[in-house]
Design a protein around this ligand. Sequence first.
Ligand code: SAM
Length: 354
Amino acid sequence: MGENARELIQALAQGKRLSTAEYLHILNEANDQDRELARDLANRMRIAQYGDGIFIRGLVEFTNFCKNDCFYCGIRRSNQDAVRYRLTLSQIMECLEQGYAAGFRTLVLQGGEDVFFTDGKMCEIVTSIKLRHPDVAVTLSLGERSYGSYRRLREAGADRYLLRHETAAEWHYAKLHPPVQQLATRLECLRNLKALGYQVGCGMMVGSPYQTAECLAADLSFIQEFRPQMVGLGPFIPHHSTPFAKQPPGSVETTLLLLSLVRLTLPKVLLPATTALATLHPKGRLMGILAGANVIMPNLSPVSQRNHYSLYDNKANSGAEAAEGLAILSRELETIHCHIVIGRGDAPNPLISN
Ligand code: SAM
């Protein structure tokens, strides 16, 4: 390869598209200074696009029932130890009211793939939220559903949809999921969501079992091609009741590099500093922002249920991770000269021209 990692990072920051091999070169060859350069350029890119404002999303984890059996996930079907719960419509509306009063203008409804929540039930939830607070953006994260289902939810008013692709390498997807779950299905869902006009988020875990640098390079290439409006990426963290209980967590450093490369690849992208990053490092949120992230998703779920949405061990859900801890988050952000934006927090227009 003619160029070194530093030159490739600089080229990316200047708007050049990279090949999978070039992404791989960065991932394999970047030294500490190169990583610092990536963070610095990505942070500048965030500021150029969004200034000092950080968007907040109120996360409501409304069910931990799941029909899937992803090997990495603590709420997988086979985990008999999980204490299962579902929120009622009125509990969800309470979360909305609390969040609205605190300044949230995006509600993220996330859950396992719970067949109880039929299209009819989900549409009722989305419609109720929109009727009560039309200025609130609704993001759904419900996993794989049919085109027709996504269409009904969109027509009911859902604005955005988060569905991580998890890994762009088919062999790796098969290491993380049982055979009934296929990468092709997931990618079709993502394409359907985009076609229906959702603002779409894909993404992956960093350091998931069996992941190689080639997998991450393929992920970056996929993101470059697919041009999602949002990218959710955080470190893998093991859960004690899953087949991956004994696997090591992903690296904070590599997660930060990935955040920076995603920001440089898609300058306008909405990029959360994830709870998983904050779980692995006390300063994870701020480090994520300084590496290019511009979104934080505090937990708005009822405090009594929070511990049950246990995707991985020691998942952070209090202090600055909690909606009621917004003042703490705000003070944390001030230390890096950022502030919370009260608003829907859409990407700048034209959104698609990332
Ligand atoms: N069921 C929906 C779906 O599949 O998109 C949403 C819920 S799912 C639990 C949300 C995300 O949690 C997954 O996309 C996955 O990347 C992440 N996740 C699950 N287990 C994890 C773990 N052990 N460490 C880090 N992230 C994890």
